[in-house]
Write a protein that binds this ligand. Structure first.
Ligand SMILES: Nc1ncnc2c1ncn2[C@@H]1O[C@H](COP(=O)(O)OP(=O)(O)OP(=O)(O)O)[C@@H](O)[C@H]1O
Ligand SMILES: [Mg+2]
Length: 233
């Protein structure tokens, strides 16, 4: 098992948000974390990434306990997080943003990122602030790849993007998965989720209430209706 999250709790001030979240990701596996607005999806990713400090529980990554470590150390271990607002430095150029995450041992170097996302090459001298939403997302994914991820966590990577850009990003996530990188994906678009994932988790009010393999989830309209409020189709 690559990532083992056991019974973690997290708070914002006095609000008890994660109330004992447990989830596992195997080597090379793609899992989604689904749930209604405010269910605790982003908080779960932030807590795994070390951005929010867990209180109680444990998080092991590649057999080592990472809970309690600083976010940069967790990223350096190969557990890379692409947050919802993408963390692009607006005053740095595309290329400077990419170089920030670079590690010499990564299979993805600058030229690889430019091959995967040719738009980034065209925009390489542009400032982060001048990018479209889709380009910012490509940059955030590219930067994470240059950091040599063993597991990539993405928070709503295609939210608000035009369908053609969504397709482009989904295709690249598929390639990343093929390269053996495990993925934890938070995404509202169920079609994207069932196209990419091996398995799904659903979180409700800070607790995991469901896990199932992709085929059984895709066929289970009751679970989608009950936990996600998606009408039966
Ligand atoms: N920085 C914060 N300070 C206080 N409360 C917060 C903070 N961030 C989130 N919350 C609250 O924590 C709960 C979980 O939020 P979280 O962002 O994890 O949900 P989510 O499942 O990602 O929702 P969404 O689908 O809207 O992105 C919500 O009730 C939210 O209002
Ligand atoms: Mg969120």
């Amino acid at each position: 098992m690559m990532l083992d999250v056991r019974d973690i709790h997290a708070y914002y001030g006095k609000s008890h948000i994660l109330q004992g979240v447990s989830l596992q990701v195997n080597e090379g596996e793609t899992v989604t974390l689904l749930g209604r607005n405010g269910a605790g999806k982003s908080t779960t990713l932030k807590t795994i990434a070390g951005v929010v400090a867990p209180r109680g529980g444990a998080i092991d990554f590649s057999g080592r306990t990472v809970s309690g470590q600083a976010a940069h150390r967790i990223a350096a271990a190969g557990l890379c997080f692409v947050p919802e607002h993408r963390g692009i430095f607006r005053l740095l150029s595309v290329e400077e943003n990419l170089r920030l995450g670079a590690r010499k041992d990564s299979p993805w170097q600058l030229d690889d990122i430019y091959r995967i996302f040719p738009r980034l090459k065209e925009r390489r001298k542009n400032g982060g602030a001048q990018l479209s939403g889709g380009e910012q997302q490509m940059l955030a994914i590219g930067r994470a790849l240059m950091n040599h991820p063993r597991l990539l966590m993405l928070d709503e990577p295609v939210e608000g993007l035009a369908p053609v850009i969504v397709e482009e990003i989904v295709e690249q996530l598929r390639q990343i998965r093929k390269a053996g990188v495990a993925i934890v994906l938070v995404e509202q678009n169920l079609e994207v989720c069932t196209q990419l994932a091996d398995r799904h988790y659903i979180i409700e009010q800070g607790v995991i209430v469901y896990t199932g393999r992709n085929a059984e989830f895709a066929a289970d309209h009751t679970v989608k209706d009950r936990y996600l409020g998606v009408g039966v189709v």
